[in-house]
Design a protein around this ligand. Structure first.
Ligand code: MCA
Ligand code: AMP
Length: 513
């Protein structure tokens, strides 16, 4: 029987000449470093052998919070190869956040950077993890030291399509993160659809400038290049000038809207700089129509906007091929082949084309459920097993999908998700705070910015900057409010519900630029 392991499919797409360059680093220690396809083959084999030597239970989770490096990508591939479950963690997460993920996922292996080893290993050992390794972006750390002793031959572990490949934590409306369980089949079917839909080619060169702890950078970008046997120019950190410098050698670029906004601010972004480019792709947050239009005016390229989620990977995309239609700014294109997408009203009744309602989806890309949360999983699927995205939108008569909002209380800032309930939870626990409301307001760079509005307990005095400083010491920096206000009361409706719309309206000009 055919091995359903995603790694087997990626490995099968490596070019026959393993001595060809697969990845070239553009920044970071020692750059430029050149990794061949043979290096990826041997490196992932050694890391997979190391994992195999640990005698891990079936389905063991490997949690990873490290800086972006090619070795970190190889670790991801090795986890697939050995048949374990990969759990990537944002490098911005602090102790309280990591403690929750480790406690919830109970990983058998944790890999962290050396500077965090002290506190991370303490949390991991407390949660019963027996193996904690370090990995830094300069190819140092105990993980590579141990892997260096392993054989570079490894047989890919047999896995079925429905076996778990990764868990991606995505925040919940109640403030607690849920682990979306993605299978080998989810990831591979989506990668194959995107490969065909976006016309990936072996002679493509992808500029990879996104973090590798979320769907966009880890799956959509990396799988795209790997499955095409295409070369990557690898940036550990996004830098608009550096990306523009490399465009003449590249053919594909992927980014969240903030990356495009920042590149547009550079005079070096010209039609000539983009002449060799085949495709610019955007997603993870709404791309403003102004950005779409400005990009065409400056470069001649219409950005291809697509839409997805951690739970579903990619759902819809504007066409690549002009024969299928134009790339229409302000829309997220058509449902991908094999993906069902429908619009329902509040009661679950179907809506005709053009009417706005809840977006529900179905397909081989849709996840298996939330890790150890069967009730939450059941709540998010309809009785006929369509997944409720929490996004609100419409499908036009011509089939284009437009997202107009979200029914979930979510802020997307620079492509990162922030759940107001989580931040409100931290604020409400602070001494002197009676209640709080966290909202997203327009931000010229990040799309949306987090703003907190806080009410003091009777007799207490609150200092807004001090509240922000306190949050900064506790939670990932991108979640920290860019502004905070202390007020006498929160606006409420007749039912007593906080009117967040009013707060958004009141503060909408703060960062609009
Ligand atoms: C950094 N800062 C931010 C953000 N990033 N604030 C709000 N939102 C952000 N996204 C703040 C930091 O807290 C810090 O503030 C200051 O900016 C500088 O931090 P630094 O790390 O140097 O920032 P940067 O390197 O300029 O990062 C900006 C960035 C980054 C490149 C836009 O946020 C980024 O890579 N975003 C991409 C996220 C992504 O890949 N999302 C895909 C999710 P201070 O100095 O005050 O501490 S996957 C997904 O959503 C779905 C499935 C999909 O459809 O793809
Ligand atoms: P995540 O939790 O990181 O998986 O974020 C998924 C959410 O990002 C989706 O439910 C949408 O709300 C949003 N999203 C992703 N792509 C787009 C897009 N192109 N336009 C608007 N929103 C998007």
């Amino acid at each position: 029987m055919k091995n359903g392991n995603l790694f087997a499919a990626l490995r099968a797409a490596f070019p026959a000449q393993l001595e060809r360059i697969a990845i070239e680093t553009a920044d970071g220690p020692g750059a430029p470093l050149y990794y061949t396809w043979g290096d990826l083959e041997r490196g992932t084999a050694m890391l997979a052998n190391l994992l195999d030597s640990l005698d891990l239970p079936a389905g063991a989770r490997v949690a990873v919070q490290t800086e972006k490096s090619v070795e970190a990508l190889m670790l991801y591939l090795a986890v697939l190869r050995a048949g374990y479950v990969y759990l990537p963690l944002n490098t911005a997460y602090q102790a309280a956040e990591i403690e929750y993920f480790i406690g919830n996922a109970e990983p058998s292996v944790v890999v962290c950077s050396r500077r965090n080893f002290g506190w991370v290993s303490q949390l991991a050992f407390k949660a019963g993890t027996r193996n904690v390794f370090t990995l830094d972006d300069d190819r140092s750390g105990s993980l590579l030291e141990r892997a260096a002793l392993m054989s570079d031959q490894h047989t890919v572990a047999p896995r079925a399509e429905g076996d778990l490949a990764a868990i991606l934590y995505t925040s919940g409306t109640t403030g607690r993160s849920k682990g979306a369980m993605l299978t080998h089949g989810n990831l591979l079917s989506n990668a194959r659809v995107l490969h065909d839909y976006w016309g990936w080619r072996r002679d493509d060169v992808l500029i990879h400038a996104l973090p590798i702890f979320h769907v966009h950078g880890l799956f959509v970008a990396s799988h795209g290049a790997l499955l095409a046997g295409a070369r990557m120019i690898w940036l550990a950190r996004f830098d608009a000038r550096k990306v523009i410098e490399r465009l003449p050698e590249a053919t594909v670029f992927m980014g969240v809207p903030t990356l495009y906004v920042r590149m547009l601010a550079e005079p070096s972004l010209t039609r000539q700089a983009c002449a060799h480019m085949r495709l610019f792709i955007a997603g993870s947050a709404p791309l403003l129509i102004e950005t779409f239009n400005d990009w065409i005016a400056r470069t001649g390229h219409p950005i291809l906007e697509r839409y997805g989620m951690s739970e579903t990977i990619m759902l819809s995309s504007n066409p690549y091929d002009a024969a299928q239609g134009e790339r229409r700014g302000g829309t997220v294109g058509f449902p991908l082949p094999g993906v069902g997408l429908r619009i329902r009203d509040d009661k679950g009744h179907p809506l005709p084309s053009g009417e706005i309602g809840h977006i529900e989806v179905k397909g081989p890309n849709v996840f298996k459920g939330y890790w150890r949360m069967p009730e939450k999983t059941a709540e998010d699927f309809t009785t006929d097993l369509w997944f409720k995205t929490g996004d609100v939108g419409k499908v036009g008569a011509d089939g284009y999908v437009t997202i107009v909002g979200r029914s979930k209380d979510l802020i997307i800032s620079g492509g990162y998700n922030v759940y107001p309930a989580e931040i409100e939870g931290y604020l409400n626990e602070m001494p002197g705070v009676a209640e709080s409301a966290v909202v997203g307001v327009p931000h010229a760079d990040f799309g949306e910015a987090v703003v907190a509005v806080v009410v003091a307990k009777p007799g207490a005095t609150l200092d807004a900057p001090a509240l922000v400083a306190e949050l900064k010491s506790k939670i990932a920096n991108f979640k920290v409010p860019k502004a905070a206000f202390v007020v006498a009361d929160l606006p409420r409706n007749a039912m007593g519900k906080v009117q967040k719309n009013q707060l958004r309206e009141q503060h909408k000009a703060l960062f609009a630029g």
